[in-house]
Design a protein. Structure first.
Length: 72
């Protein structure tokens, strides 16, 4: 399952790259991209565990950029 999410308050391209690398390492994630310019994140992950994976994605993103909000 592939979904695109809008991001709010993502402040730097370096943080976006850190988020992307962390998300790609998660079990069940096929691919991920975080685009600083468009403020969008695309996550391609197992459909059966998608919500569980997204909870982990939110946790990881908060570690990198505490003010960033993923609009779900």
């Amino acid at each position: 399952m592939k979904k695109v999410f809008r991001l709010k308050d993502l402040d730097c391209a370096n943080c976006a790259a850190k988020m992307e690398r962390s998300i790609r390492k998660l079990d069940g994630v096929n691919d991920a991209s975080v685009n600083f310019l468009t403020q969008k994140m695309t996550v391609d992950a197992e459909e059966s565990r998608f919500e569980e994976i997204m909870d982990e994605v939110v946790r990881l993103c908060r570690k990198v950029e505490p003010d960033c909000v993923i609009c779900r």
